[in-house]
Design a protein around this ligand. Structure first.
Ligand code: SF4
Ligand code: SF4
Length: 319
């Protein structure tokens, strides 16, 4: 048996936002909402929020930029490490999840009072806005009281994110995941012409966070792990010339690497086409010879043909 406030205080030493709920309440709510989540036997659930900073970097002729939530060390590792530090002082069995797990952490975050569910599909905390990573811990301990944190806020009549979304992935009360850039530019799939036209990022998408009025003056907290390391901008040459192993070593600990280098190469080709940057055509052709992963090869081949056409037109114009 443990006291909820004591558990809360332990986690507050490492996290900006902490919610504590009964696992059964979360499971009941998930069932009510037809969410498929696995059964859990540990009775206490802790939902955690860790702030990340808002920063803007721009693509250049030689380097490309992913979504700013990937800047600094990989948040999966950062959150897991911070959870382990807290749990060293709590002598009960536990297991955790950060992002890559079957639970509905946004539902848990709402139940735990971390924020409200925004129309941009993100949890919006009163002090952190949506600039917050989420993590979950299930603990095999019963609590002798409850901690009820409630958020009295919502999007109201605002629809700025809906208006700003370039792919119409957001609608009032709806989210079309397959249209979302952040989904399709992280998916191992062949990309359509519409997806190529819309995409502006090496990995992810920031638009619906950046336009949100709840994020004004938020994003100022910089935890040491999220300081800029110089690896936020990815060298196009490194992408196309380094082996997977060498690239992973050079860009170690970056969150945009968690799905592998081939996704980044496909997205880089998309951006080079968008910017009509033909300087890397020969390198792309060499990579294509050696990497025949179907979804990569199909999209890249198509875009390389277009890039070659642009190069040929440029040569014709300048001669
Ligand atoms: S992440 Fe980008 S594409 Fe996805 S909903 Fe937000 S603005 Fe639209
Ligand atoms: S932009 Fe407006 S509607 Fe969208 S999440 Fe923010 S407050 Fe809600």
């Amino acid at each position: 048996m443990m006291n909820a406030k004591r558990l809360y205080d332990h986690f507050k030493t490492q996290f900006d936002a902490v919610g504590i709920i009964k696992t059964q309440d979360y499971l009941d709510e998930a069932t009510k909402m037809n969410r498929e989540v696995p059964k859990e036997t540990y009775p206490t659930m802790v939902v955690l929020g860790l702030a990340y900073p808002f920063r803007m970097l721009k693509h250049s002729q030689t380097h490309l930029v992913p979504s700013f939530y990937t800047f600094g060390s990989d948040y999966h590792q950062v959150l897991k490490h911070r959870i382990e530090i807290v749990m060293q002082a709590i002598p009960y069995p536990y297991h955790m999840g950060v992002d890559n797990h079957p639970h509905d952490e946004r539902l848990a975050a709402v139940l735990g009072g971390l924020g409200f569910f925004g129309k941009n599909q993100l949890i919006i905390h009163p002090d952190l806005g949506s600039y917050m990573f989420l993590g979950l811990v299930f603990i095999d301990v019963l609590l002798d009281d409850t901690l009820n944190l409630k958020i009295d806020d919502d999007c109201g009549t605002c629809h700025k994110c809906i208006d700003a979304c370039p792919t119409q992935a957001l609608e009032e009360g709806m989210y079309h995941v397959e249209k979302c850039m952040s989904y399709f530019n992280q998916a191992k799939k062949h990309l359509t012409d519409e997806e190529v036209e819309a995409n502006y990022s090496l990995f992810g998408c920031d638009i619906c966070q950046m336009v949100c009025p709840k994020n004004i003056k938020k994003g100022a907290i910089v935890h040491p792990e999220f300081e800029l390391s110089g690896k936020e901008m990815v060298s196009i040459m490194d992408l196309f010339q380094d082996s997977e192993k060498a690239f992973k070593k050079k860009y170690d600990h970056m969150a945009y690497l968690w799905k592998g280098k081939t996704i980044l190469m496909r997205n880089a080709v998309m951006l080079l086409y968008r910017f009509k940057n033909t300087h890397y055509n020969d390198m792309i052709a060499r990579v294509l010879k050696n990497n025949q992963t179907p979804w990569f090869a199909q999209t890249t081949k198509r875009l390389l043909e277009k890039l070659k056409q642009i190069q040929a037109d440029d040569t014709q114009h300048s001669s």
